[in-house]
Design a protein around this ligand. Structure first.
Ligand SMILES: Nc1nc2c(ncn2[C@@H]2O[C@H](COP(=O)(O)OP(=O)(O)OP(=O)(O)O)[C@@H](O)[C@H]2O)c(=O)[nH]1
Ligand SMILES: [Mg+2]
Length: 446
């Protein structure tokens, strides 16, 4: 039997209102004990809350949500208290004395999941919505909470189930009686689904970029002006700037919000043959961060004349941006070679002087990029690495099924496994480990 849990659902500390939430079979009786009479279901009602001795604890707004029409699907109560320590403490003591238990992190949402109120994608969306810091993150979480992620995966799964039904029907035919078009219909279905999963995987990074942040690395040779650019973009002096090459050693990160998207910006150590172990580690981290980034800003000092810029150019990929810095100074011997290298690599080039004019042109370009790489007409096929893994697994199973269509039973088994992988995304099957990890990171009271 489930017990009855309660928790402070609002942030701890002094505030105008504090909400304590109760869920479980004993929630109604606890409300009666505190408030005397039970209010009408789902109707906000003012009540004096008293302890068992009859002393008034608070005058509060109380809500009664009988099962199953509640967040968790169980009997639930919300007590909207005056948000002071004494009131919260008094009510907490009474609830504990009544035999209720303090909820673990995420336990309300876990109960909602277990009672079929939310699927796994929606439960993840609750966590994402609480963590959201930008409008786009919140918007994506709200859509996922509304079932957008589940709908996409369920549609693919329905296609797989249909293919499976056809395969199983074909297995029952003796070889010679198998209608010619039966197999080609299954083949067509499986190819169509594989194409759909390929498309989904190709743009799956979009949802992760919105949720986790669009990763932008500032890279380049020592002294190119990377930290100056980083500070100008971040809007504060987070990184040390000096005239000495090799100033930055650690990766320094800053968050910014552009067009409602979260950006994770990193300043990195100048790339060169390191002069000591500390610098070598800094260069290693710079490379690693740059390789995992969605976009690299390759900063070059246009006065360069010693070929030092070449090392960082090896990390740049088509579509990255070359920031040609220090145009307030005379150009160096290598300036033309840098422009040519940028053109060959397919990088647009922004020529400026960060110290003289700031980073506005770079900021505008970044905004354009993040919108282009994150926006999409459809809800993304994945918002977490976990979703991508299952999609890849489904894709691999489909590949195998298509390759061995000559053996119908083997093919059917692979189609079944592909469906199973998609079911793991929405939480239809095999999710215990995911649940433990997810809910442990929730706040208490959610
Ligand atoms: N004249 C001029 N100087 C600049 C410009 N941008 C940066 N600087 C100067 O160049 C020097 C190096 O700048 P940083 O931003 O520290 O360069 P960095 O690429 O971070 O250097 P490391 O961390 O050593 O790799 C500093 O003295 C800056 O003031 C610019 O546009 N014009
Ligand atoms: Mg620096």
């Amino acid at each position: 039997m489930t017990d009855t849990i309660f928790a402070l659902a609002t942030a701890p500390g002094r505030g105008a209102v504090a909400v304590i939430r109760l869920s479980g079979p004993g929630a109604g009786a606890a409300l009666d004990a505190l408030a005397g009479r039970r209010p009408k279901a789902r109707q906000a009602t003012v009540r004096r809350l008293r302890d068992p001795a009859g002393d008034v604890l608070d005058q509060a707004l109380v809500l009664w949500f009988p099962a199953p029409d509640s967040y968790t699907g169980e009997d639930c109560v919300e007590l909207h208290l005056h948000g002071g320590a004494a009131v919260i403490d008094g009510v907490t003591r009474v609830l504990l004395a009544l035999g209720l238990r303090l909820a673990a992190p995420g336990e309300f949402t876990r109960r909602a999941f277990e009672n079929g109120k939310l699927d796994l994608g929606q439960a993840e969306a609750v966590a994402d919505l609480i963590d959201a810091e930008t409008q786009r993150q919140a918007r994506q979480a709200i859509d996922q909470l509304g079932g957008a992620l589940t709908r996409r995966h369920e549609a693919w799964r329905a296609g797989l189930v249909e293919a499976l039904a056809r395969l199983e029907a074909a297995v029952d035919f003796p070889d010679e009686d198998l209608p010619d078009d039966a197999l080609s219909a299954v083949r067509g279905l499986l190819h169509g689904l594989r194409g759909a999963l390929d498309e989904a995987l190709a743009e799956a990074g979009r949802g992760l970029r919105v949720r986790e942040g669009y990763r932008v690395a500032v890279i380049g040779a020592p002294n190119a002006g990377k930290s100056s650019l980083f500070n100008a973009l971040a809007g504060h002096d987070g990184a040390i700037v000096t005239a000495t090459p090799g100033t930055t050693r650690d990766v320094i990160e800053a968050h910014l919000t552009l067009a409602g998207y979260r950006i994770l910006l990193a300043d990195t150590a100048g790339l060169r043959a390191a002069q000591d172990a500390i610098e070598a580690e800094g260069v290693r981290r710079a490379r690693a961060w740059a390789e995992g980034a969605d976009l690299r800003l390759w900063v070059v000092d246009q006065g360069t004349d010693d070929g030092a810029w070449r090392e960082a150019s090896a990390l740049a990929r088509a579509g990255d941006v070359c920031v040609f810095n220090k145009i307030d100074l005379p150009p160096g011997r290598d300036a033309v070679a840098v422009r040519e290298a940028a053109a060959t690599l397919g990088l647009p080039l922004i020529a400026l002087s960060v110290t003289a004019q700031g980073a506005r042109p770079v900021l505008d370009e970044l905004t354009r990029r993040v919108v282009r790489d994150s926006a999409g007409a459809e809800f993304p096929a994945a918002t977490r690495a976990r979703h991508v893994e299952q999609l890849q697994s489904a894709r691999a199973c489909l590949d195998r099924a298509i390759a061995q269509l000559s053996d119908l039973e083997l093919a059917a088994e692979d189609v079944r496994l592909a469906a199973r992988a998609l079911e793991r995304v929405t939480g239809r099957v095999g999710v215990d480990d995911v649940l433990d990890g997810l809910f442990a990171r929730f706040c208490i009271g959610k």
